[in-house]
Design a protein around this ligand. Structure first.
Ligand SMILES: Nc1ncnc2c1ncn2[C@@H]1O[C@H](COP(=O)(O)OP(=O)(O)OP(=O)(O)O)[C@@H](O)[C@H]1O
Length: 359
């Protein structure tokens, strides 16, 4: 049996813009729609929601919402849409805003209870408050809970954090991670922030000029040497790891992942056993043919060379390596790469100068 997923094919023409996509996305987790301003992310979401009527096909978890002969109207699509602006009812308390969302769904179709939504989004202390007394981040958490209480089969989020200041963004990210890990429904998440995507997404779809130029699981796709995302200095990979040990004397924490271990500066928010995403930038990774003990770098990993892309920019080579099942990227000068004589399959040591938790 194939896993139910989302398949979207749309073409839509504006005077100065054409959207032309044909993309399949997973039926669970967070899929990030990523790309520069004006590339068509919101237009694609609007087509999926049925807000933009255009030629196309859309199936969501086995149900056809649009085909050549059928168009499910917006109000009959079981989806919820969370925008940058929250649109809460100003005259209703948080509690009443939430029950309003839930009342739109018949009892038998309710899949998420108020208690669940309140607990996932940490709204217990806010229930009696009015929207005008909430911070931007709190308002957005209420808006997300209200959206979930309509028991959607698909959640669309269009830059939900972009109206928030940096501290509010940091506050809300753990709640979104919780939804990613606990919610059974797929989330399409529009963003142009690499950090947000690195922290939240399971899958990534990159758009450019109205088309999908790359897509795939987050870790694999970020580790492509052909760099469809053109992240340049930000090119790097994400390691999914578990905190294994805290060395209080040196304020360091050891994280285990499929391929070895990495030492990071201790972070008070994390305890042994916690999962975290760690970012390793390609520019912070160098390659040695032998293990050097006489140097200060803490993080050394044995890895195999997988792919080499020479001259990604003048004088620069990008190398994809694999430690266990985890891909890494190293950015070297093309001269160093040539001097090392790297070849696919070769066993080498990665020297990682700097690693950071994604936050
Ligand atoms: N109703 C419309 N009429 C004409 N052009 C439109 C319309 N809606 C969007 N466009 C154009 O389509 C292009 C894609 O817009 P869209 O909002 O989908 O991009 P985006 O990737 O979501 O951008 P941003 O990240 O800035 O929100 C833009 O050039 C925009 O000006």
């Amino acid at each position: 049996m194939t896993t139910p997923n989302i398949h979207a094919r749309f073409s839509c023409t504006y005077p100065d813009f054409n959207l032309n996509v044909d993309v399949s996305m997973p039926g669970t987790g967070i899929t990030a729609l990523f790309g520069a301003s004006g590339c068509g992310k919101t237009t694609l979401l609007r087509c999926m929601a049925g807000l933009q009527k255009t030629d196309g096909h859309l199936s969501v978890l086995g149900d056809i919402w649009q085909s050549d002969t059928h168009f499910t109207p917006v109000h009959q699509r079981p989806l919820a849409y969370v925008f940058q602006e929250t649109h809460l009812f100003p005259h209703l308390s948080v509690h009443k805003n939430l029950t309003f969302g839930q009342r739109r769904v018949a009892d038998r179709d309710r899949k998420i209870t108020i208690e669940e939504a309140v607990s996932w989004l940490g709204l217990e202390p806010l229930m009696a408050r009015m929207p005008s007394g909430l911070s931007g981040g709190e308002r957005q958490r209420v808006a997300i809970a209200r959206a979930l209480l309509t028991s959607p089969r698909l959640l669309l989020m269009d830059e939900p954090l972009s109206a928030l200041d940096q501290p509010s963004k940091q506050d809300i990210l753990p709640y979104l991670e919780r939804l990613r890990d606990h919610l059974a429904i797929p989330i399409l998440y529009v963003s142009h922030s690499v950090n947000e995507v690195a922290r939240l997404a399971n899958h990534i779809v990159m758009m450019k000029h109205g088309r999908v130029v790359a897509q795939g699981p987050l870790q694999e796709t970020l580790a492509r040497v052909d760099q469809p995302f053109q992240l340049e200095d930000d090119a790097g990979i994400i390691v999914q790891a578990t905190l294994d040990e805290i060395d209080t004397r040196w304020h360091l924490a050891r994280f285990r992942f499929d391929g070895g271990e990495l030492w990071l500066r201790q972070d008070e928010r994390l305890n042994v056993g916690d999962q975290a995403r760690i970012q390793v930038l390609a520019r912070d990774v160098s390659i040695a043919l032998m293990r050097h003990q006489d140097q200060s770098i803490q993080n050394l990993l044995q890895a195999q060379v997988d792919q080499i892309e020479t001259e990604v920019s003048p004088g620069t080579t990008l190398v994809r390596l694999v430690a266990g099942n985890t891909p890494f990227l190293a950015r070297l000068t093309s001269r160093s790469a040539a001097q090392l004589g790297l070849a696919p399959g070769q066993s080498v040591w990665l020297q990682i100068k700097s690693v950071a938790l994604v936050d």
